[in-house]
Design a protein. Structure first.
Lengths: 327, 323, 525
């Protein structure tokens, strides 16, 4: 039997479709769409729109995980960039606001990358530093309160629309497209996968493993700051205490659902986004279903377990065995 | 180090102040062990305490515990050592206060709890507790809604606080009690919005879809104003007119909700007053000057605000409090 | 060399019981991995009170032997008898219960627990369900006194030197009523004094009748302590000898030499014109070295030349290769290429100069198992071009297909993950990775290790072919006949320094063996 990947993505795509169908079953208007103020409106759109921040985070996280790393700081970086954007929004021109927020994300990523690649601190520890400290920085920026703004330019990143699609959706799709183009169009994808799968062999083959590692953390910081801008634009304010809180775990989960190994190596950008959408589709489904909120986490855990089991090579081996026996 | 030196400065300043004011016997010095500044409301409580003290010519020393009980215990010991006239305590947890409060009692320094209570076992160790009643807050919200809709049928959606938080449980309980007698009012959907704007908005979006574009929703009840601010955005984006098509009532009375009320996008909020120190000072001065022993629990007022209460003015006055 | 002070325990005084049945008798032990034999019919006899050295180069099968005897891996065939009774442990734990304890080079105890806790882990003295800490410490101290080890048994094990940790591990093993002690490279990280302490303990234990199987690659230590020697090579038994009756030269021949036969042993008559080295050598390493790693050496390499690096395990062959490739940065000396001085601080620097390196550790440092054969082959070319100048998929396919055909990589499927290929085909793909960069110098560290016979011959054929095409090669191999068959020059190493260079007629197995075995005295001067 060949170990190549004709079935790649199949568990994720089927999981997404199944979750959507379940949502349809609990909420018959799930697929209804209409135009509201020139913007598509419906639960399906909510899945994509609400899933955008985590999808952005997972686009960053998936490359970090591919190098056998992990970035716990993305939630805190979201809070920092959101706080910067919201505090500057009403006094500075939009390009300055965006540059400041994205710049902060790039800097945070650079910091993580240097800790991991140059100082050789374990990724989980290195990024934990910023996970804790970063939220504090965000709170300092907002002075502990929710900073609101009225700048329509920044608000557009949350509430605007392009061709009827919410801006966060278009933004995520564009980042996915650009990232896929850059990573797969250049040799970066191969070098990242080689670095993650076998760093020593890669270094001996002449790959700049250190620069590669720094680059993926910078990229992750960039994606997190974009997510932070979207989250702030969504509520027209920066809530340093809660923005991006625990979202790093959702992003890691999305990447794992996408079939990436936390031990590095092969990755798929598109499946990482799909992983984020599966998580969001579940969240939306739970909200629509009208369960008591006490069940939210349990339902979520069960669905995630099923998706992960569906990918388990051992279980699929068992499936083959059972199929043979019954045949 | 920094804290130590600021403490010494504070100490020197109060000693100086004490020396200067030794003549007027009515002067009081109160030590306040504050939890921290984890939320806007907490910051407002601190700043209101300061202004209430100033109003009464009371010297107030505030120690920020940064969410740690050990810091609060240290602060209380240092207040006892300085021989303050009374200690205010906003306890970060409910238990573990026995020994330090006994020390205060032995030093004959009355302790007043602010905002939160401690375990009943410690009842003898403090003079009184000034807190709001979160069940009552829910009731006030529910009663307003019952009165406003009258006998018309009304489907309510509820945005709960964090699952398991006592405030969330109590505010739900109070609201449910208040609308229990009004059979025309039904809570059709209830989900947690984690007390945050972002989640409030997301949950409201799904409520709107689940309830046929929101047409069947008559009112939204949110356990705090932040979730309501998010929900208002969700309604506006869905083409609904919050405050007109859909009634809103929430709790806390943070400044931003008054902006919404002033704009006609929200209807009512129930105040969780940041002024816990005011009633505490009243009770303290009565106790000190006339020996009046206050009741064990002083419940703060859960005031209802609507468009009739000049929301713009309230917003302006609250804005500077640190929310 | 000074003798250890305490000799009273010496086994020479103790008379082992007459061996009706030997303590341990291993017969016909065999083990294959994926069809490739790692052990083929090995017999080893360990007597009561004997220190028995198990020798062989990397890949000879020593570790596999230990694991198969102790049940860490299942054996395919053969028997293991303990005092005549056959045993078949299924895990190290079961082997320990049978009386066979193994102490590995990497101490497998828990550094954060106390010495006493480590000694009694899993068998703590208990009373009423509680560990009797005091009793445990008393017994630990008493036990270690037997080993002349007077240390605070309450302190964490990690506070002590590696030597002490080894002794504690041995004490634990012995105290668990072990009758056979297997020590896998116990001296690799010890200094001379610590080795002495360890040897004293070993002699003492042998004196009590324990049998000790001792794996090492330090020949001096073998002669200092062992009674008998068993030599393995390529998974086969070369022989079992009394140490006292085995000259050092003969031992090295057993370890490195093959029966001289077949065509490979002949030094090929090379065309003088083909191999004439360019005057002065194009690539010159001068005074190249790194303190504590490899002593400074000179090496001049002409194009089309094949230089063999010979020496025993641990002599500094691989270390030299890593220095040549910049994988380890030299702290002295310089490199000139065609008269230009060149910086060599990283593999990237080396690759920029047209160097390539196939490391000995093929799985951990060579292949990227998860990636396809195609991706593995283009990896070095792509790394040199940089991420922003990708090879198109068509170029990649073209390169992969060319080398798969040229080197006969099987199966000829460029999209197969390389981890699924056999060792020989992985090695060919690694060669392809470097050949694709059109290198001028290729450094091959044990290119034929762990490779089946067919692929072995092919790789040697390839090496010969490459040097006729003007490529310079530095080849490390434990197979001396192999080196002799293609090398123009052989550099012999010992104790991390170059001790001899053989050229022309002098390149033959005997000369190399003599150079390796030669007394170290002349060097001391």
């Amino acid at each position: 039997m060949s170990l190549t990947l004709p079935r790649k993505g199949l568990p994720q795509i089927s999981a997404f479709i199944i979750v959507l169908l379940i949502n349809f079953a609990v909420s018959p208007q799930f697929f209804d769409l209409r135009l509201q103020d020139g913007r598509l409106f419906g639960s399906l759109i909510d899945v994509f729109n609400r899933g955008a921040p985590v999808a952005l985070l997972s686009l960053g996280m998936v490359l970090v995980v591919a190098t056998r790393g992990i970035d716990l700081s993305v939630g805190a970086v979201m809070a920092i960039s959101g706080a910067l954007a919201a505090t500057l929004a009403d006094t500075q021109p939009l390009p300055v606001v965006l540059l400041a927020a994205l710049g902060a994300g790039l800097l945070c990523g650079l910091w993580n990358g240097i800790l991991v690649a140059v100082l050789r601190i374990q990724p989980i520890v290195a990024t934990l530093i910023l996970m804790v400290a970063g939220r504090g920085v965000a709170q300092l920026i907002t002075e502990g309160r929710i900073v609101t703004f009225t700048s329509p330019g920044l608000a557009w990143f949350g509430g605007g629309s392009i061709l009827g699609l919410p801006v966060p959706v278009v933004l995520t799709a564009s980042v996915l497209a650009v990232a896929a183009l850059v990573v797969r169009g250049s040799a970066l994808g191969l070098l990242i996968e080689a670095t993650g799968a076998n760093a020593r062999a890669s270094a001996l083959a002449g790959i700049e493993t250190r620069m590669t590692t720094i680059a993926v953390y910078v990229w992750s910081g960039f994606c997190a700051s974009l997510a932070g801008i979207v989250a702030a634009a969504d509520i027209l304010g920066a809530d340093a205490n809660n923005a991006g809180l625990w979202l790093e775990l959702d992003a890691i989960l999305a990447v794992v659902i996408a079939g990436s190994s936390l031990l590095g190596g092969r990755f798929s950008l598109a499946l990482a986004v799909l992983g984020a959408l599966i998580i969001q589709a579940m969240n939306t489904g739970i909200l629509l279903a009208g369960f008591r909120p006490e069940f939210n986490l349990v339902v979520k855990a069960v669905v995630v377990l099923v998706v992960l089991l569906a990918q388990s090579p051992r279980l699929s081996g068992l499936g083959v065995l059972l199929a043979r026996r019954s045949a | 180090m920094r804290r130590l030196s600021s403490m010494t400065t504070l100490l020197a300043a109060t000693m100086l102040a004490g020396g200067l004011n030794a003549a007027s016997a009515a002067e009081l010095t109160v030590g306040f062990s504050q939890i921290g500044s984890e939320s806007g409301w907490r910051a407002a409580e601190t700043s209101v305490s300061k202004s209430e003290a100033k109003k009464r010519n009371i010297t107030l020393k505030i120690a920020d515990a940064q969410q740690k009980q050990e810091n609060q215990i240290k602060a209380i010991r240092s207040f006892v050592a300085q021989g303050v006239d009374a200690i205010f305590l906003a306890p970060v947890v409910a238990s573990g206060w026995d020994s330090v409060l006994k020390e205060a009692k032995e030093a004959k320094i009355p302790v007043i709890l602010l905002d939160r209570d401690i375990d009943p076992a410690g009842k003898e160790l403090y003079l009184t507790a000034v807190t709001s009643d979160s069940v009552h807050e829910g009731e006030v919200a529910g009663k307003w809604l019952a009165k406003t809709v009258g006998s018309k049928p009304c489907n309510v959606v509820e945005l709960q606080g964090t699952v398991g938080a006592s405030v969330a449980t109590n505010r739900k309980k109070g609201f449910d009690t208040a609308i229990a007698s009004a059979s025309n009012i039904k809570v059709v959907r209830s989900q947690t919005g984690d007390f945050t704007r972002a989640k409030g908005k997301e949950v409201m979006e799904s409520f709107i879809k689940a309830e046929g574009g929101g047409k069947s929703i008559c009112a939204v009840y949110a356990h705090n104003d932040d979730m309501m601010v998010g929900a208002i955005q969700a309604m506006k984006e869905a083409g609904l007119k919050p405050g007109k098509d859909v009634l809103t009532v929430s709790i806390d009375a943070v400044p931003d909700i008054f902006k919404a009320i002033a704009a006609g996008e929200a209807n009512a909020t129930v105040e969780l007053t940041p002024d816990m120190a005011g009633p505490a000072f009243e009770a303290l001065t009565a106790y000190k000057s006339k020996g009046t022993v206050p009741p064990k629990w002083i419940q703060t007022e859960s005031k209802l605000y609507t468009a009739a209460d000049n929301p713009q003015k309230v917003y302006d006055s609250k804005k500077g409090l640190g929310y | 060399m000074s003798l250890p002070p305490t000799m009273s325990l010496s086994p020479t005084d103790a008379v082992p019981p007459i061996d009706a049945a030997p303590l341990l008798a291993v017969r016909g032990l065999s083990k294959s991995f994926a069809g490739f034999p790692a052990l083929a019919g090995i017999d080893v006899t360990l007597r009561h009170g004997e220190i028995h050295a198990l020798l062989g180069e990397n890949g000879a099968g020593k570790s596999t032997f230990i694991k198969a005897v102790t049940g860490v891996i299942a054996r395919d065939a053969g028997t293991v008898a303990l005092e005549g009774a056959e045993i078949a442990p299924r895990s190290a734990q079961e082997a320990l219960q049978a009386g066979i304890a193994t102490v590995y080079q990497e101490v497998s105890l828990l550094p954060n627990l106390s010495v006493a806790q480590n000694l009694f882990l899993g068998r703590q003295p208990m009373r009423f369900g509680l560990v009797r800490e005091g009793e445990m410490r008393r017994r630990a101290a008493a036990l270690l006194r037997d080993f002349d080890l007077d240390i605070d048994v309450g302190a964490p094990l990690g506070d002590y030197s590696v030597a002490v940790q080894h002794l504690v591990a041995i004490a634990r093993a012995v105290d668990m009523s072990a009758r056979i002690l297997i020590l896998d490279e116990p001296t690799a990280s010890l200094d001379a004094h610590e080795v002495e302490i360890l040897f004293r303990v070993m002699r003492g234990l042998a004196g009590r009748g324990l049998g000790i199987l001792f794996v090492t690659h330090f020949l001096d230590q073998v002669y200092a302590i062992s009674d008998r020697i068993t030599v393995l090579r390529n998974g086969r038994l070369v022989g079992e000898r009394e140490t006292a009756a085995l000259p050092r030269m003969e031992l090295i021949r057993m370890m490195l030499g093959r029966e001289l036969s077949e065509a490979t042993s002949e030094h090929p008559a090379k065309d003088a014109a083909e191999t004439a080295p360019e005057a002065g050598g194009a690539i010159r390493f001068e005074g190249f070295g790194k303190a504590g790693y490899v002593a400074p050496f000179d090496l001049a390499l002409a194009s089309g030349e094949v230089v063999g690096l010979a020496g025993l395990l641990g002599s500094g062959r691989t270390e030299t290769a890593r220095l040549l490739f910049g994988a380890e940065a030299a702290d002295s000396g310089r490199l000139t290429i065609d008269g230009r001085s060149v910086r060599l601080a990283s593999p990237r620097d080396a690759i920029a100069q047209g160097f390539g390196y196939c490391p000995e550790e093929r799985k951990t440092e060579g292949i990227v198992a998860e990636l396809t054969v195609r991706e593995n082959i283009v990896l070095a070319v792509q790394a040199r071009r940089g991420a922003l100048h990708p090879l198109s998929r068509r170029e990649q396919d073209e390169i992969a297909r060319r080398f798969i055909t040229m080197l006969d990589i099987r199966p000829p499927d460029p999209e197969r993950p390389i981890g699924l290929l056999s060792g020989g085909n992985q090695q060919k793909a690694l060669l392809a990775r470097w050949l694709a960069t059109q290198p001028r110098l290729l450094i091959l560290d044990e290119p034929t290790r762990g490779i089946d016979v067919g692929a072995h011959a092919e790789i040697i054929r390839l090496i010969r072919q490459l040097c006729t095409e003007g490529l310079t090669l530095v080849v490390i191999s434990s197979e001396l006949e192999e080196i002799v068959s293609y090398a123009d020059r052989v550099v012999v190493m010992r104790d991390r320094r170059q001790i001899a260079t053989l050229e022309g007629e002098a390149v033959n197995v005997t000369a190399i063996l003599q150079a390796i075995a030669a007394d170290a005295a002349p060097l001391a001067a």
